[in-house]
Design a protein around this ligand. Structure first.
Ligand code: NAD
Ligand code: MG
Length: 334
């Protein structure tokens, strides 16, 4: 057994022993003295059973959908995420920050000490209000900037307003996305193709171009890609093509941005329980069994992605750029 594995397994024994009150066994291991004995430790979580498993109740909402009307409600970390100052004083803009993965990132960023601007569609105001309240409850500044990312002018003004209202911009999370399933390329209208590309990849270009001149060294850009960039679903042709484009964009931009001291990374989620899926993103049958085809047999919840967005934004990730982080319940990127 490699030495590091040996150490971690004997340390685990110690911690488990203390938890069960088996002080004698812990002391006998010879590693039980010091901080490990007294420090509080995090509860172990069984990943397979940590969150709801399919079947999910039948449901659909008109696009873009509201997280607040989903059954079960997605977990964005509202009651669970605990910060530890990892983003203290940072200023962040998160698109699609009203719901789903963007909301989980917004909650986590605020609890880590960042002021947060969220962008979303005007129809999503009820979800956005909840996020604004949560950011303020964390003692941070919240800025709500609704608009349509398919519009180039909005993209540019969004960055400028976030920068001026937050008093700076250190983190851009380009997370908003549009996904509409179609069985065949013959069913994808020119309009749909255009809208998917405008929402998912053009906005990343416009937002990055506007943000980079405003960002200091140490800043971070994070884009939300998808496992569909690597293993595209046959019913998500246009969507998958944009996600592949996001991966290439991030990897290229990361190389350019080294000299500016800005790190650029992407996150590639598998199936996560969000409004995107129940508002035209998936077939009813796929919603019923959502996440059931992953090795873990369940969907991810947005809260499970927040730590990745925190890491990629934080100074702790200073050597991490041009990367794509997967979280897909057992399948991966590549
Ligand atoms: P979500 O519906 O909660 O969030 C998507 C957000 O995109 C919406 O809240 C909306 O504010 C925003 N948006 C869409 N079109 C817009 C437009 N024209 N203008 C402005 N904003 C617009 O769903 P989510 O799953 O959290 O999606 C976040 C990101 O995660 C998306 O890029 C999505 O492609 C990606 N993703 C999701 C999954 C999943 O299974 N949920 C998997 C892989 C990748
Ligand atoms: Mg939303």
């Amino acid at each position: 057994m490699p030495d590091d594995m040996h150490h971690s397994s004997s340390r685990r024994t110690v911690l488990t022993g203390v938890a069960a009150g088996l002080v004698t066994a812990a002391a006998a291991s010879g590693r039980a003295q010091g901080a490990e004995m007294t420090a509080p430790h995090a509860a172990l979580v069984d990943p397979e059973n940590a969150y709801p498993r399919p079947p999910f109740p039948e449901q659909s909402q008109p696009w873009p959908g509201l997280a607040g009307k989903m059954t079960p409600r997605p977990d964005h970390g509202e009651t669970s995420y605990r910060g530890s100052g990892r983003l203290a004083g940072r200023k962040a803009l998160i698109t699609g920050g009203d719901s789903g993965i963007g909301r989980a990132a917004a909650i986590a960023y605020a609890r880590e000490g960042a002021d947060v601007a969220i962008a979303y569609l005007p129809q999503e105001e009820p979800d956005a209000r909840e996020v604004v309240a949560l950011i303020r409850e964390a003692g941070r500044k919240a800025v709500a900037l609704p608009g349509d990312l398919r519009d180039r002018k909005y993209c540019t003004s969004l960055v400028e307003r976030a920068h001026s209202e937050l008093g700076g911009l250190d983190i851009l999370v380009s997370n908003a996305g549009r996904q509409r399933h179609q069985d065949s390329i013959l069913d994808i209208s020119d309009e749909q193709f255009d809208e998917t590309f405008r929402t998912n990849i053009y906005s990343l270009f416009y937002l990055s171009k506007a943000a980079i001149p405003l960002m200091p060294r140490g800043g971070a850009i994070i884009a939300t890609a998808s496992v569909n960039a690597f293993n595209p679903s046959e019913i998500l042709l246009d969507y998958s093509a944009t996600k592949g484009a996001i991966v290439a964009f991030v990897k290229s931009l990361a190389k350019q941005m080294v000299q500016r001291g800005i790190r650029v990374n992407a996150v590639a989620p598998g199936p996560f329980w969000t409004a995107l899926q129940i508002s035209g993103g998936q077939t009813e049958e796929n919603i019923h069994n959502f996440g059931g085809n992953t090795p873990m047999g369940r969907a991810g919840q947005p809260a499970e992605l927040a730590p990745v967005y925190v890491l990629l934004a934080s100074a702790e990730a200073s050597y991490i750029t041009g990367q794509v982080y997967g979280a897909a319940g057992g399948t991966g990127v590549g």
